[in-house]
Design a protein around this ligand. Structure first.
Ligand code: ATP
Ligand code: FE
Length: 343
């Protein structure tokens, strides 16, 4: 089973060709970061329009890179939930049209399932550790999602906890924006934090000691805003490394505490990080330290498979289509995941 995959749920347009084994023949993407930066956030209509411009050329590029043609493709996988509705529609109508024109089935995929199975992806440069398999505890952290799962097999995703308000990536980005670092600024906070003191400023760690796996980051965001206002632009500028290091440490402390708690509760042997925030260097270092202390196998997919990408969607599609699953032509997009997507 080999599928062409389309991902347009947010602001990145991505296309991939992937096998059921998780082998990625090609993955290509067009980022819209620059177009949204001047607005300080993602503008849904602009995202949708850019997807419609970028998608067909990217499909051609994916075929060219993989040195393949439609004859090599058995199905089309497309993200149809959750995400920005206009953005999802562009991917979905394209997938449906190609499915009809090429007489091959298509399947709508839950974007989060893609993130959760990304650790299985492989390509010419990367092979996952041989002992990696279900079950594992997964922390999915991005600009739109922050949740913990216990993953016991394909389609078996038990939600353990989730953020009650902001996502961790959103919290990084809002702080970065308030500190004048642009959007999306998570990566800039990470860079500046490297030379800063994480104990220089005090920030709250909401819900860190409660007995759920849930999280909350809006209090931290407000506290960051107050801190920046109190200091004023001059002192903020002078103290950016310390501010970023302290703010980042508060986010990472909460994420690591909850991951640790979940691994303990489920007696996990394996843990994964997935989603764009997995690129954070402090989080990676702390997760490695946790894994070493608790004798856990930690897997973090290469960054190209952590951020939004079509390869992860293609892998899920190939596995599910091999089971005989396909979507009907009237399948719609959905801003939310379905209740049946999780256990
Ligand atoms: P989703 O639709 O799944 O929520 P997304 O649009 O947020 O995805 P991703 O590429 O998965 O896209 O994640 C982007 C997020 O990751 C942004 O919030 C960005 O600031 C954050 N991020 C990226 N690199 C870093 C880093 N080094 N440190 C902290 N945050 C980072
Ligand atoms: Fe995502």
């Amino acid at each position: 089973e080999r599928v062409l995959a389309i991902e347009t749920s947010c602001d990145d347009t991505s296309v991939a060709i992937v096998d059921r084994s998780g082998f990625v023949h090609s993955v290509v993407a067009a980022s819209q970061d620059l177009e949204h930066e001047m607005y300080g956030g993602i503008v849904p209509e602009i995202a949708a329009r850019n997807h419609s411009i970028a998608l067909i050329p990217l499909i051609e590029e994916a075929f060219k890179k993989a040195n393949m043609s439609w004859n090599d493709i058995h199905g089309i996988a497309v993200t149809n939930r959750p995400g920005l509705i206009g953005a999802l529609i562009v991917g979905l109508v394209t997938a449906k049209s190609l499915s009809q024109a090429k007489h091959i089935p298509f399947l709508g995929i839950n974007h989060l399932e893609g993130h959760l199975l990304a650790p299985f992806l492989k390509d010419a440069q990367h092979t996952p550790p041989e002992d990696f398999d279900y079950p594992y505890v997964g922390l999915a952290i991005s600009g739109g999602h922050t949740s913990l799962y216990h993953i016991t097999g394909l389609g078996e995703y038990h939600v353990l906890g989730t953020t009650k308000d902001d996502a961790a990536g959103e919290c990084f980005d809002k702080f970065a924006k308030m500190a004048g670092l642009g959007f999306p600024g998570g990566v800039k906070v990470d860079q500046l934090a490297k030379t800063g003191n994480p104990e220089a400023y005090e920030f709250p760690r909401s819900m860190i000691h409660d007995d759920t796996f849930d999280m909350s980051f809006s209090g931290l965001k407000s506290s960051g805003q107050r801190m920046l206002e109190q200091l004023g632009p001059e002192r903020v500028k002078e103290n950016l490394p310390d501010l970023c290091a302290s703010f980042q440490e508060a986010i990472v402390d909460v994420l690591i505490a909850k991951l640790d708690k979940a691994a303990k509760f489920y007696k996990a042997k394996r843990i994964i990080l997935t989603g764009g925030v997995s690129a954070n260097s402090r989080l990676r270092a702390r997760a490695e330290d946790l894994a070493k202390r608790k004798n856990l196998r930690l897997v973090i997919p290469p960054i190209r498979y952590c951020t939004d990408n079509a390869a992860m969607i293609g892998y899920v599609g190939a596995l599910r289509m091999a089971r005989g699953e396909t979507s009907a032509i009237d399948l719609g997009p959905s801003p939310q995941a379905l209740a049946s997507d999780f256990k």
